[in-house]
Design a protein. Sequence first.
Length: 341
Amino acid sequence: MAEEVYGRRFTVEELSGRVVAALLRSSVPEEDARTVAACLLAAELEGQTSHGLVRLPLVVRRLRSGLINARPRMRVHGTQPAAAVLDADNALGPVAGARAVDLAVERARSCGVGVVAVRHSNHLGSLGFYLHRFLVQGMAGLCFSNTPPAMAPPGTGTPLVGTNPIAAGFPGRDGPVLVDMATSQVARGRILAARRAGRPIPEGWAIDVMGLPTTDPEAAIRGSLVPLGGDKGFALALLVELLSGVLAGAGVGPDVSGTFEDSDRESDVGHSFWALDPGAFGDGFAGRVERLAAGIHELGGRLPGERRHAERERRQADGVELPGPLVAELRELAETMPDNR
């Protein structure tokens, strides 16, 4: 590994060790710490840096202030064979999400389909992490989660719903097809990253509090993000709100907080995870997926997720380069104990 001061390039193992150390010092059990590290690094490897290691300092601050439960007692509710609600007890998002995926898969093995809604949770990170967890267990999967208000209803100026992402993964014979997207024109994390870097954002991403287009990331955060595809994007975000916060009995709209920046209250994020057993719908599913993918490639097109997969392979081989300030912050988090211990 090159010296941090110069190259600031790390292997996945080195970065995982730093994340786990920071979380262990925040009273998180080791297995849970490794789950969170894997989730953050999955985003980092795929170039989704706004959902990667830059999130760790906020997570640690909220753990050490008691706004995230380091040692939750998650409880499963519901008597239906194919559906359940997981009360995450304010757990770390990846810990709750991984548990919910596995519960959904268990139900799908028996029923063909399994749905688990999650309440009292926190920010999940990149949803691609959970899609891969479905796929390695032989399942197709859908993931939905709400986020703090960032988009205003059409014709209004006050944000009500978040950038509420939609993700889906389908196993194919030669590789999966993955869809993972925010319902805003761009994920809010990219605007936060632009603010940290002191650079403007492209026009068309957001409007300010007066409803005017802006290239100032600070004005964008105070204002409203532009929905993907206009009114249709807001409708998709509303759909996700219904399939996550409303379905699970979690926070909805303004009741969701603290997933991007510091807040003095629990986040109460809602999610839902849907597992589908392809075998329940007949033989040959993976081959049919592959034929569809091949048709896109034959036309010179690219499947969703392929660019991220290529970036993952490159970073796994070359290492992950981090900016100096983040390197210093990760070191400090891994080496210092919380103030209240």
